[in-house]
Unconditional design. Sequence first.
Length: 341
Amino acid sequence: MTAKQDNLILAFESSADETSAAVVKNGHEILSNIVATQIASHQRFGGIVPEVASRHHLEWINRVTKEALQEASVTDPAAQLSAVAATYGPGLVGSLLIGLMAGKTFAMVHDLPFIAVNHLAGHISAANFVQPTSYPAMAVMVSGGHTELLWMAKENSFQIIGTTLDDAAGEAFDKVGRILGLNYPAGKEMQEMAAKGQANIHFPIAHTENTFDFSFSGLKSSVLNYVHHADQLSEQINKNDVAASFQKAVVEAIIEKTEAAIQVFQPVQLLLGGGVAANLALRTAIEHLAQTYHLKLTEAPISLAGDNAAMIGAAAYLNFKAGRFSGLDLNTDPSLNFSRM
Ligand code: KG4
Ligand code: ZN
């Protein structure tokens, strides 16, 4: 392998219901980012069906790869690329296997080094497309499957200081959306309804034993109780008000825990990533929090908040710089996480 002036990484992401391939230059410039979403296939089931997801990944992976290479003008992968990366966890095993196998095979065929990426590190690294991170940093990772407060003492170092004890933030949006009759995934539509409503219903925020942990299942139950109660009395509910009140409670919970963590850990930088980072109410609240504590803030761009391979390429570049490569015998790790502090 000869040293290249620019390091291009071909990255794969297939942990849930998006099949994606991207070419990322030097960890912060997107040359291509092709995302094939399967959402429509899963909607009729109200959530991701793992078996269906794997089959779709298998159908799409070669097409998104070809397109990602074409769009980035990569015609000679061995000469132009520096490495190949893929998500190896956390996620659905059958889904992860497709992207990981594609990545390892591509690396082997073109004699390129292979880099395994943690999906959560990918979400956090989406911030690198905006500006470089300053350390120590506190990352707020909120997605459909995860809700974590992560302490980053230095680059590419992640320690969990708080996590959800039950539902993830995005999962709560999806479940409450379902109660209100919305399709999966409901986060974006909930946000739109919330914008039309008033947050005039009190839904309680759970208090957890560890100050930095989250719990959203009680919140979901209180929305369910509110809706059932109104049903029994044949009262009409204002769904927009329910959405606004629920969203306010979720945002307040995230901000409350993040603020407590800022006070204890004193980071210089805040990072916001994960699918729920697309939520405008959350973005406004975290911007306000960062201002209050005079912290630098980087939010994942809304277009890169959900699952995509570009963020995996950004995270892979950090491993590339550190010389952290993986063997081609690497397996998936569906319940991969960071260690708890
Ligand atoms: O990160 P992501 O694409 O997939 C996982 O790794 O889980 O996150 C998807 C989640 C879904 O639960 C979806 O409802 C939620 O992100 N989401 C939102 C918004 N956009 C997506 N939640 C609240 N507000 C949004 N605007
Ligand atoms: Zn994700």
